[in-house]
Design a binder for this molecule. Structure first.
Ligand code: GLU
Length: 328
């Protein structure tokens, strides 16, 4: 080995600070020019009312002020982004016993696939596909009523965000209840296999309501702070979730956060993220920032086209991919 070789990696500490406001303003301008903006989710009729031209972004860095751009204060349905928070709650509640009932592998199938569940005897691949999140809702029900479990989830979201106004969009919840037969099928099948312990309608009431929480990009990025640094957000002196769990949750976001396009998001963006069919994406850059982007038009795989593009541009401009900066 060459004696002159450095004995440790050095990080360029002298790089100029990033102008995050300018970076996201540029992204808003770039996105305004995009004409192919995807399709709104129509299988939940209330979501079909969203405006394809909407786009917002918010970044809450560990160093420096929060920056927002575009429709960052417009509320949208967080849908499956809620699954990150309910997983954190379930891990706090029953610890690693969560993993006896739900796996940690990417699914490679649609988020609401029934086929895979049958193959795997009612044990969902991961907590971010619908079946997995329904099991997590069953865990959060514990010995509570659905109303109490829903109130706990809202309370968690409000504490994480530091905003007591966060609420459920009742019209979206009702729309999900009316059209949720596929989720009913998943839940009933898992009940038959012994992996749902409560009444299916009670479990789904929790699940539909968590998906129907309405938040803006600013609120969602604030809510994600506890995932940036395990101990960064103190809540009455105690971290919301331990740093060990934060690492596990963000690992799952990277591998399973974008349905069966999770590999592509890791490849293109390299930031752990979780998307929802409302068009939102929450991204976590460990140690650096919590980021939310939203635009309701989806790709064929159910991820917001414009929010994905925004994350790609953001990772490129900041060099904050967890796999290192892009040099091209
Ligand atoms: N509530 C939606 C459903 O169960 C969530 C889908 C999603 O955002 O992935 O179909």
């Amino acid at each position: 080995m060459n004696d002159d070789a450095p004995t440790s990696l050095t990080i360029n500490q002298s790089a100029p600070p990033l102008d995050l406001q300018r970076i996201i303003d540029d992204i808003v301008d770039r996105i305004a020019d995009e004409t192919e903006r995807g399709h709104v989710a129509t299988y939940i009729p209330e979501l079909a009312k969203a405006d394809l031209n909407s786009f917002g972004m918010a970044v809450v860095p560990t160093a420096g002020p929060t920056v927002v751009a575009g429709d960052a204060d417009v509320e949208f349905s967080i849908q499956s982004v809620s699954k990150v928070f309910t997983l954190a709650m379930a891990l706090q509640e029953i610890g690693t016993r969560v993993w006896r009932r739900v796996g940690r592998e990417a699914s490679g199938n649609a988020f609401n696939s029934i086929v895979q569940l049958e193959h795997e005897h009612g044990l969902p691949r991961n907590p971010f596909i619908n079946a997995g999140a329904i099991v997590i809702a069953d865990i959060l029900l514990g010995n509570r009523t659905p109303a109490e479990a829903i109130a706990n989830i809202l309370d968690f979201m409000r504490r994480a965000t530091g905003d007591d106004t966060i609420a459920i969009d009742e019209a979206v919840a009702e729309s999900e209840r009316r059209t949720g037969d596929r989720n009913r099928a998943l839940a009933n099948f898992m009940k038959a296999e012994g992996n749902i312990t409560h009444d299916v309608e009670d479990v789904l009431e929790v699940y539909f309501n968590q998906c129907a929480i309405a938040m803006s990009c600013r609120q969602l990025a604030l809510a994600g702070r506890f995932l940036v640094q395990g101990n960064a957000l103190q809540d009455g002196g105690a971290p919301i979730v331990s740093s060990r769990r934060v690492r596990r949750i963000t690992a799952l976001m990277m591998t399973c956060g974008h349905y069966d396009a999770s590999g592509e998001f890791a490849f293109q963006v390299g930031i752990p993220g979780k998307s929802g069919v409302g068009g939102g994406i929450l991204g976590i850059v460990p140690g650096r920032a919590s980021i939310a982007a939203w635009s309701p038009g989806l790709s064929a795989k159910g991820n917001s086209l414009m929010a994905t593009l925004a994350f790609r541009e953001f990772a490129r401009a900041t060099g904050w991919s967890v796999f290192g900066p892009l040099s091209d």
